[in-house]
Design a protein around this ligand. Structure first.
Ligand code: PLP
Length: 391
């Protein structure tokens, strides 16, 4: 059976160049980057090269990059770090209703500790209105955190506009760019952000490694306590092999962004149009224009999403009902609920996410199989019959 991977927002395959770059750091150059001997210095040099590679991709300075264990840690470090360093008696943060759990649950945890949190709503297409963010600001607001691209819908948020608002009000601004880095241009100066999270495994790098961009002069407290690694900003012996992989992935992402974006975008469009024209009662969620070229989210009315994902998997195609970390949850997605979908509509929505290794044949195979899967599932759906769509 031919297998097709259309779940690149959950994770991506390691690029062979990344794999090759990481190899020496398992068995040969295994030094601790803090050691002053030859082994240590080789590890340190490799890590600093990776720091430069990541910084270059973001238009940042190497000294502004702190390596973490991934996107989740970077998000936690940004939110908790800024709040804990803030001096005001009352602390308020502004975020949105569609953030990834790494931000959403961190904000909820802070709320339990007395921090005030405003969650700005999004419109029906899943885009935040910067005016709503501005209206939510208070004298005691210490941080705005708005994601760059949404992991379920792919919608791209107006980060530049929000960045300008944050500057005008002199408030720190964090963006979770885990889904956008490596897929669309991300420049910290243009976006006007003070903090930005990214993760290796979303851009054909390794899992368990990421980074937090921290603009020079930003005052935040370290999440962890320990040694003096990462200029006292993130203690713990660095994951040198992973960091080397992240650096290489960043370099590759920066090498051909425009061509890659166009090619993957064309594949995504062909997939979406092909499905829409062959499957009745299929509606696209999100904003058709303001979204990642890699992502589409489609609602198949009268179908249960998990059943669909399993049926597709049995035919060799990997797609998803949304965030991988929400799989198994009975609750409908908070993102799809936030754009106004009813629970049954949210549960019948499917995310297809593409990456560098997807081909035309992958789309052909999917378009061949998918209409049949939908038809079979609807044929046994009591809702579909009840709605009178079949006799
Ligand atoms: N933020 C977003 C938008 C994500 O999509 C993810 C992963 O799915 C994360 C954060 C968490 O990143 P990591 O898996 O590296 O912890």
């Amino acid at each position: 059976m031919r297998r097709v991977y259309l779940d690149n927002n959950a994770t991506t395959a390691l690029a062979p160049e990344v794999y090759a770059a990481m190899q020496p750091y398992w068995l040969e150059d295994y030094g601790n980057a803090s050691s002053i001997h030859w082994y240590g210095q080789r590890a340190k040099a490799a890590m600093e090269t990776a720091r430069e590679q990541v910084a270059r991709l973001l238009g940042a300075r190497p000294s502004e990059i702190v390596f973490t264990s991934g996107g989740t840690e970077a998000d936690n470090a940004a939110l908790v770090g800024i709040v804990e360093a803030a001096r005001s008696a009352t602390k308020h943060i502004v975020t949105t209703a569609i953030e990834h759990h790494a931000v959403l649950h961190t904000a909820q945890a802070l709320e339990k500790k007395g921090v005030e949190v405003t969650s700005v709503r999004v419109g029906p297409s899943g885009v935040v209105d910067p005016a709503d963010v501005e209206r939510a600001l208070r004298p005691e607001t210490v941080l705005i955190s708005v994601m760059h691209a949404n992991n379920e819908l792919g919608t791209i948020q107006p980060i530049e506009e929000i960045g300008r608002i944050a500057r005008e009000h002199d408030i720190y601004f964090h963006t979770d760019a885990v889904q956008s880095v490596g897929k669309i241009p991300v420049d910290v100066e243009k976006l006007g952000v003070d903090l930005l999270s990214l993760s290796g495994h979303k851009l054909h790098g390794p899992k368990g490694v990421g980074a937090l961009y921290i603009r020079k002069g930003t005052i935040l407290r370290s999440l962890l306590h320990g040694g003096h690694h990462e200029r006292d900003r993130r203690p713990g012996t660095e994951n040198v092999t992973g960091i080397v992989g992240l650096g290489k992935a960043a370099e590759l992402a920066g090498a051909h962004p425009a061509e890659e974006t166009a090619r993957i975008g064309a594949l995504r469009d062909r997939l979406e149009q092909g499905i829409s024209s062959s499957v009745p009662l299929c509606v696209a969620n999100g904003d058709p224009a303001r979204r990642l070229p890699t992502t589409c989210n489609l609602r198949f009315d009268h179908i249960e999403g998990e059943g669909f994902v399993i049926a597709m998997d049995l035919r060799g195609i990997a797609c998803s009902t949304g965030a991988a970390c929400s799989s198994g949850s009975l609750e409908p997605s908070h993102v799809l609920s936030a754009i106004g979908l009813r629970p049954e509509q949210a549960r019948s929505s499917i995310r297809f996410s593409l990456g560098r290794f997807n081909t035309d044949e992958d789309i052909d195979t999917t378009l061949e199989i998918l209409p049949d899967v939908v038809e079979r599932l609807r044929a046994v759906s009591p809702h579909y019959r009840k709605a009178g769509v079949v006799s």
